[in-house]
Design a protein around this ligand. Structure first.
Ligand code: SF4
Ligand code: SF4
Length: 438
């Protein structure tokens, strides 16, 4: 099989406008944060219990919270310093109330000793999965579940195809593109570890079709390392990065409503997670940092390697600060991101970027039943229903209208000529429904 397959174009979603993406240069470390706020529960993972108390001194990479539950992934200190507080806080992205550990740095950056290894050929899948669990890696984009429990589930379901997404989720974000260019060796090594665990028949790497340099670099590494992986160029349409849309686009396979990719024999990972898997398994390094794009009205837009729990303001400072005063700060991107009002809050693990935008005032008018949102919805839903149902608190009707299948991509709100914040209504309904079901 040739390394590069034919170009694919998503059948669903909305075409993105051409935007001028400022050069972000190579990935560089963000300045060491003076404080980090680490939630004990991330996305769909089970909450952890703290293993430290106020006043404890911690080193980088030290386990500070864990749980015996298989659905949890441990939390590690991302800076050296002192535990200032174990507090209850509101997660800035999800609005959920979560327990957090706050660490004040002391300027040092000493880590616990990481146990590296040269080879894993003699290790069993179980042993490799344990190393991934110990590193506390969380998947991005599919509800933030611990990667080890996702792998266990995929192993049980005997997936036969692995799909690695090198696609950036939103306009302006280029973190995955830079990861492929600058950390391709680690990314492919991580993908090879997944390949060893799941032993699928096919391994594909989906890359945005215009990223010729990233594809060429990945193909060169595949050849040099004799990996049996194929690269698939994917033409930009929003939100192709959503797992189900990506599977439909690349493999022409539809994941049923309410189902997960493993139900159709597919496992999807992202390049950042693949790099983290390599670092966990070969270097013994826990998941304490990741690459995010900081763009828009900042002095120098950058792709930064960011410590977990760093505040949004510290990331903006690492880019020379804002260049405008009347701005909106968005965690994520302009379509599916969430406006942030407290910049001291940490960037959530699910957000791939921070965008500083000139403040926009939009005039919301009544729904004109144009159905542009229905056309745009990649999941085949009728988004126009949700604002109407939420406005009169008919949340069960929203559920009956399959709101659970909404991936919160924001395409409906993006195309709405009445500027109805459809996604915000959806998020309110989902929050209420999840509380009711608990
Ligand atoms: S209803 Fe959900 S999945 Fe459909 S376009 Fe809106 S946000 Fe995206
Ligand atoms: S796009 Fe906006 S105005 Fe048109 S039907 Fe949907 S919600 Fe109504």
């Amino acid at each position: 099989m040739s390394i590069r397959l034919d170009k694919k174009t998503s059948k669903r979603g909305v075409p993105l406008p051409k935007v001028e993406i400022p050069a972000t240069g190579s990935i560089e470390p963000a300045s060491l944060p003076s404080t980090v706020i680490l939630p004990l529960q991330r996305g769909g993972s089970v909450p952890n219990e703290p293993l430290v108390k106020k006043g404890d001194f911690v080193l980088v990479g030290q386990v500070i919270a864990d749980s015996a539950d298989d659905g949890a992934a441990p939390i590690h200190a991302s800076i050296q310093g002192e535990v200032a507080k174990i507090a209850t806080d509101v997660d800035a992205s999800t609005g959920e109330v979560v327990k957090t550990i706050i660490i004040n740095g002391n300027g040092g950056d000493e880590s616990v000793a990481y146990k590296s290894t040269d080879g894993i050929e003699s290790s069993s899948s179980k042993e490799i999965i344990k190393k991934i669990r110990d590193a506390g890696i969380i998947s991005i984009g599919d509800g933030m579940v611990p990667v080890h429990s996702k792998l266990v589930d995929e192993l049980k379901k005997k997936v036969d195809t692995v799909l690695l997404s090198g696609y950036d989720s939103e306009m302006y974000t280029t973190a995955n593109y830079h990861l492929m260019l600058e950390y391709g060796q680690k990314v492919l090594s991580g993908l090879n570890i997944i390949n060893m665990i799941l032993a699928p028949a096919n391994v594909y790497i989906a890359v945005e079709a215009s990223r010729e340099d990233a594809m060429a670099s990945i193909e060169k590494l595949i050849t040099e390392n004799k990996y049996n992986f194929s690269v698939v160029p994917v033409k930009v349409k929003y939100p192709v990065v959503e797992e189900k849309i990506l599977i439909d686009t690349v493999l022409d396979v539809e994941v049923p409503m309410g189902g997960v990719p493993a139900d159709v024999g597919v496992a999807v990972f992202d390049v950042g997670v693949a790099k983290a898997i390599h670092e966990a398994v070969y270097e013994g390094k826990p998941y304490i940092d990741r690459v995010v794009t900081v763009a828009g009205a900042v002095s120098k837009p950058k792709n930064l390697s960011v410590r977990s729990g760093a505040s949004i303001s510290s990331l903006i400072d690492s880019c020379g600060g804002m260049t405008e005063t009347d701005v909106q700060v968005i965690a994520g991107g302009p379509i599916s991101g969430t406006e942030q009002f407290n910049l001291d809050a940490p960037l959530s693990s699910q957000d791939s970027g921070v965008l500083v935008m000139k403040a926009q005032s939009t005039h919301v008018i009544d729904c004109i039943n144009c159905c542009d949102c229905v056309e745009a919805c990649p999941m085949g839903l009728r988004p126009l229903l949700y604002p109407k149902q939420v406005a009169v608190r008919r949340y069960t009707e929203a559920q009956e209208s399959y709101i659970d299948n909404c991936t919160e991509c924001g395409a409906c709100a993006y195309v709405c000529p009445s500027h109805i914040p459809v996604l915000e209504y959806i998020r309110i309904a989902k929050k209420v429904l999840s509380k009711v079901s608990k």
